[in-house]
Each structure stands twice: as structure tokens, then as C-alpha cells.
Write a protein of this length. Structure first.
Length: 272
């Protein structure tokens, strides 16, 4: 099986229940602290807003949602900012669910989805005004290649914003290795390394942040809120499916709270 197909299968197995738990957004949550009473879907959408706001989108622009998941983020972008969105993924489940979501959200005319590999995109140079990559670059077999490809499809002056896990504390490497294996991560860069990769592709960094304590650092809060939804999810998918979903994600929770960071980076393709 190719690496692309392997990643697609990885998400096909995890996305249906993840879609249910997080309302169509498979990326991480953002809770301020243990007393924050936001629901899981609300905390995940908070991350959506936090990352997409750094793009400075304008009505009529064309956005690539690189690793679009089940489509909720693309629908939000079209509805909130009046942009056109092309969402790509290598998960067949996510494509089908995203198309349904765009139709029910009334944006099927401005939001499209396709099965496409961001390592070698089928679109011409300078196609997009902006690129969004929410926790998708981390799965790329070659990070430099995918960043070069996203650079290629951006117009001069176009923007990219991405968010991904980072290595925050290099102690206890066995725990980090388990986390990486669970998420099929070929690498786990530090924040400076993420910035270095983006600059090497030609991007000019404009903004970045590390917010691990409010993301992975709140993993216990995720478990609490997910457990409260267990009966509802089990009624829809069955006990065996929920048990398997839990088994597949066990390694995600193995690292200590301070070991896994979370970066948000916004950059621009120079006008020259």
C-alpha cells in the first residue's frame, strides 16, 4: 500500500466517529483551562477560528483547504468570509461526508471537494489566494515537498496558515514515539524547525504561536467530554465500533501533557 493510501485508510477508520464527536472538524480543540465550559465541538471550532483568522480572507478569494476532513471548516469559510473553497483529502469517507455537508449548508456552488494528494496537486501554478492546512502537513511523507507544492499553487502575495503538533519536551522519547506511531507522523518538528521548513520553501513568516498547554495540555478535558458523549455515539455506531475507535486512539494520550506542543504558523508567498 502506498503512503498516500495508508494515510487515507487511517482517516477512513477514524473519521466517522471523529466527525460525530467534533461536528465535522477532526483537528484539535482549544480550551483556556479546566474550568472552561465549552463543549468539545465548540472548543474545536474555537481552533478553527483561531487559525483561519490569521489568513485575513476577503470575499471572492479562492482558498485551498489542504486536508479538508469532513468539510465543516470549508463550509464555515465560505459562509463566514464569502470565499470559494476547494477542499482536498485522501479519505473517501471524508469526501462523501464533505459533499453532503456543503449541500446541506447551501454552499455547494462555492465549495468543492476532491480526492487529491497535496504532494503532487493537479491544479496549475498560482491557482489560490490562500491555503489552509489544519493538522495535515504532519502526515506528509516529505514535508519540504508538500510545502514547495503549496507554494507553487499560491499566487504571488498569497497566504498560508497551518497548524500542527510540535515537539515541546524531548524527554521520555518512548512516549512521544507511541504518539507519533498512533497518528502516523513521520516526524515531529519543534516550533523553530516548523519555521525553518516554511522558510526553506520560500515563505516569509508573518505570525506564529505555540499553544500546546491549551491544546494537548487539555487532553484530560477531552476525555471527560468525550466520555459524556459515549452513549450517544454508541447508539449510532455500536459498541464494537466505539471500542475500536478508543483502541486506535489509546497511544495518542500516552505522552505527558508538556511533551506535545501545538503550533500555528501564518506566512506569505513573496510578491516577487
Amino acid at each position: 500500500m502506498s503512503k498516500t493510501a495508508d494515510i487515507g485508510e487511517h482517516y477512513d477508520k477514524r473519521s466517522p466517529i471523529g466527525d460525530e464527536l467534533r461536528n465535522g472538524q477532526l483537528h484539535m480543540w482549544y480550551w483556556y483551562d479546566r474550568e472552561d465550559d465549552a463543549s468539545l465541538p465548540e472548543a474545536v471550532h474555537r481552533m478553527t477560528r483561531k487559525v483561519t483568522d490569521t489568513l485575513g480572507l476577503r470575499a471572492g478569494e479562492h482558498v485551498l483547504d489542504a486536508g479538508c476532513g469532513p468539510g465543516e471548516t470549508a463550509v464555515y469559510l465560505a459562509t463566514r468570509f464569502g470565499v470559494r473553497v476547494t477542499g482536498i483529502t485522501v479519505s473517501r469517507f471524508e469526501i462523501d461526508r464533505a459533499v453532503q455537508r456543503a449541500s446541506s449548508g447551501g454552499v455547494a456552488g462555492t465549495v468543492t471537494f476532491a480526492y487529491d494528494d497535496f504532494m503532487s496537486l493537479s491544479c496549475p501554478d498560482a491557482t489560490f489566494d490562500a491555503v489552509l492546512a489544519l493538522e495535515s502537513l504532519q502526515n506528509a511523507p516529505d514535508l519540504d515537498q508538500v510545502l514547495a507544492e503549496l507554494y507553487r499553487v499560491l499566487r504571488p502575495g498569497g497566504r498560508i496558515s497551518f497548524s500542527d503538533f510540535s515537539l515541546a519536551d524531548q524527554g521520555d522519547p518512548a512516549r512521544v514515539a507511541t504518539f507519533m506511531d498512533t497518528l502516523k507522523l513521520p516526524r515531529l518538528p519543534t516550533l523553530p524547525q516548523w519555521l525553518e521548513h516554511a522558510r526553506a520553501a520560500g515563505f516569509e513568516i508573518e505570525e506564529y504561536t505555540e499553544c500546546g498547554p491549551r491544546v494537548f495540555g487539555q487532553k484530560a478535558k477531552y476525555l471527560e467530554t468525550a466520555l459524556r458523549m459515549r452513549d450517544e455515539v454508541t447508539a449510532k455506531f455500536g459498541e464494537d465500533a466505539v471500542d475500536e475507535f478508543s483502541r486506535l486512539h489509546h497511544g495518542f494520550f500516552v505522552p505527558r501533557r508538556n511533551q506535545i506542543g501545538y503550533v500555528i504558523v501564518s506566512a506569505r508567498k513573496p510578491h516577487r
